[in-house]
Structure formats: structure tokens, C-alpha cells
Design a protein. Structure first.
Length: 94
């Protein structure tokens, strides 16, 4: 399987994961402090959504990279537009 080669996309994905990691640490702190379960559940849902969003972004980046390489530069603008719409659609799944 191919790897993501675009540094900008890799940095974006890593930043998203670092944010989710911070959220997870916050949840651990909430549990240690005995915060209400509903508050903890809300934060867990936010982390799940962040990870889902990161997964969709990674998938779209991969598709853009691989399809762009196969279809050529002349279709890059259309490809970016279509994949942006795909990302928006997939983001609404949850």
C-alpha cells in the first residue's frame, strides 16, 4: 500500500492526532478527579468524532494522491473538488 507523501497532509494528520491525544489526557484527568459520567461521555464522543474525522481526512488525502498520480495533472482541480465533496459527505456519516 502506498504512503502519504505530501508533507502538508502528513502534518495536518499528525496535528489532528495530537489534539485527540490531548483530549484523551483530559478525559483521564476527569476520571481521576471524579467528574460526572455525562461530562466524561461527552468528551469521549468528541474524541471519537475527532478520530473519525482524521480517518476520513487521511482516506481523502490518500485518494487524492493516488488518483492524481494515475490521472495526471490535467484533472487535479476537478479531483480536488470532487474529493472535497466526498470528505464533506463522509464527515456527515455520524
Amino acid at each position: 500500500m502506498a504512503k502519504l507523501t505530501d508533507e502538508k497532509n502528513r502534518t495536518d494528520l499528525l496535528n489532528r492526532l495530537k489534539r485527540a491525544e490531548g483530549q484523551l489526557r483530559g478525559i483521564q484527568r476527569m476520571i481521576e478527579e471524579g467528574q460526572p459520567c455525562l461530562d466524561i461521555a461527552s468528551q469521549m464522543a468528541a474524541v471519537r468524532k475527532a478520530l473519525d474525522s482524521t480517518y476520513v481526512r487521511m482516506t481523502v488525502c490518500f485518494m487524492q494522491q493516488e488518483l492524481g498520480a494515475r490521472l495526471g495533472a490535467e484533472s487535479a482541480e476537478q479531483l480536488t473538488e470532487v474529493l472535497g465533496e466526498v470528505q464533506t459527505l463522509l464527515g456527515k456519516v455520524r
